[in-house]
Design a protein around this ligand. Sequence first.
Ligand SMILES: [Zn+2]
Length: 281
Amino acid sequence: MSNNNWDVHVIEFARSKDQPIASLVQGTHEAGLIDLPFSFVLARSGDRIVLVDTGFMKEGLGGEMSESFGIPYWISPLRMLEEFDVKPEDVTDIVLSHAHFDHMGSVYKFPNAQIYIQKREWLSWMEAMALPPQFGFLTMAINPDDLRAGFTASVEHRLTLIDGDKDNLLPGLHVRTGEGHTLGQQFVILESARGRLVVSGDCVYAATNLCGHKHDGKADGVYVPLAFGVGSVWEQLKTIDRINDEIDGDLSKLIILHDNDRWENLPLYREIDGFKIMKAS
Ligand SMILES: [Zn+2]
């Protein structure tokens, strides 16, 4: 069964302060600093209320990590969902692009949601967590409490481990593997009134990754690796190419979760305390 009725919104819930662009995109040491936005996606269709990623809470380790990563601006993802009259217990499904704390850090707030993540993403973090402390770079954006929450969900049979690409994970919602930033990263395709929209996860941090560096104002079309990741540059670029194929070069079909232009090409739905909600479909 197919479905092209996903109603899609991008919800900003945090921003870093004065983050070097060079910490995100390779070869940008001259590009200066930005306040990088953090977001997740709400997708609704029929009885389904789906989140693609969840943002993070500022409780416990999540609060400590957001401080150490320099993310002072924050509003609760739950507060933002109130704008849609969505209560945490109403969320039916959560599709996680990957396990970094800024993407799954509020997963424990949604008691009824079925959670979907790539098997490789999940198991690779079990392995990385067990490595000696000198391997800490690998897990620096992983909150162990998020892994514990995922384990609790698995005991409750609410955690589904996906093994590779899957069409119609939910009707009209497809997932594709996107190794590079993490080993089991996935990006998400949503069929909507505006066609097939791609939610980037962290396969892409900025349009520059897809379009290339600019020379005299013109992008050169050479894919640019991320400046932060645990997978290979080779796989990152192959993933960027898969996304480029899926959107057929049309950036208006790509929702970049850390979009440093703050989704300027999407219509504003609402703004709450300076955090934007954009209508994407
Ligand atoms: Zn990430």
